[in-house]
Ligand binder design. Structure first.
Ligand code: ZN
Ligand code: ZN
Length: 197
C-alpha cells in the first residue's frame, strides 16, 4: 500500500518536472523587420503577459526585396515568411514589418501565419490612423498592433478563426473589425488554447 503511494507521488513529481521542461521550451521570438522601438517594447511586455511565455527580441533584419511586387506596390507575405524560414528560428516567431502586405487572392493582409513552421508576420502600415487620412493616435495604433500580433500568434498555437466579433481570433476584413475586437481570446478560444499547450 505504502509502496504504491510513494510510486504515485514519484510519478506525479516526474511528470511535473517533465511538463515544466516542455513549457520552458516554448518561447516567443519577436523578429523586427522595422526600427520601431516603442512597438517592439510594447509587444514584448504585453505578449508575455497574454501567453504567459518568455518573449525575446531578435536582431533587426531587412525585409527580403524579392517579395516586393512592383505591379501591386505591395510585399507578398507568403514569400516573406518563406524567405525568413531559411534562418530556422526556434520557438514561435513573430516578424514585424512596416510595408503593405498581400497574399494571393486578397487585396491586402494585416498579417499571415504559417502554423507548420511556427512563424507569422504582421504589418504596421494599415494600423496607423494616418493611413486612413485621420489624425495620429498612438494608443490606438499600439492597441491594434497587439491585436494583430495576438491573432497571428494564436494561429501558431493552433487556433483557427472565431465567429465571436469580440474575440481576437475573429478575422479582420478591415480596420473596423480590428477595432471592434478585444486583444484577448474569448472563453472558447482560451479553452482550446489550454488544450493544445
Ligand atoms: Zn487569421
Ligand atoms: Zn474566440
Amino acid at each position: 500500500m505504502q509502496t504504491s503511494f510513494i510510486k504515485t507521488i514519484f510519478i506525479i513529481f516526474i511528470s511535473l518536472i517533465f511538463s515544466m521542461e516542455v513549457f520552458a521550451k516554448d518561447k516567443i521570438y519577436i523578429l523586427p523587420l522595422v526600427k520601431q522601438e516603442d512597438v517592439i517594447v510594447y509587444l514584448k511586455n504585453n505578449l508575455s503577459k497574454i501567453f504567459s511565455l518568455e518573449v525575446e527580441v531578435l536582431e533587426n533584419i531587412e525585409i527580403p526585396l524579392y517579395s516586393y511586387n512592383p505591379r501591386r506596390k505591395q510585399y507578398n507575405s507568403t514569400l516573406v515568411l518563406k524567405e525568413l524560414l531559411k534562418d530556422k528560428f526556434k520557438g514561435y516567431t513573430l516578424a514585424i514589418c512596416d510595408v503593405d502586405l498581400y497574399a494571393e487572392g486578397l487585396n491586402f493582409v494585416f498579417g499571415e501565419a504559417s502554423f507548420l513552421n511556427k512563424i507569422c508576420i504582421i504589418s504596421l502600415t494599415r494600423l496607423r490612423q494616418e493611413y486612413y487620412g485621420l489624425p495620429k493616435n498612438n494608443n490606438l495604433f499600439l492597441e491594434r498592433t497587439l491585436k494583430e500580433a495576438v491573432h497571428e500568434l494564436g494561429h501558431l498555437f493552433g487556433l483557427g478563426h472565431c465567429s465571436n466579433p469580440k474575440c481576437v481570433m475573429y478575422f479582420s476584413n478591415s480596420i473596423l473589425d480590428t477595432d471592434k475586437k478585444d486583444f484577448n481570446f474569448c472563453i472558447l478560444c482560451k479553452k482550446k488554447l489550454k488544450n493544445v499547450n
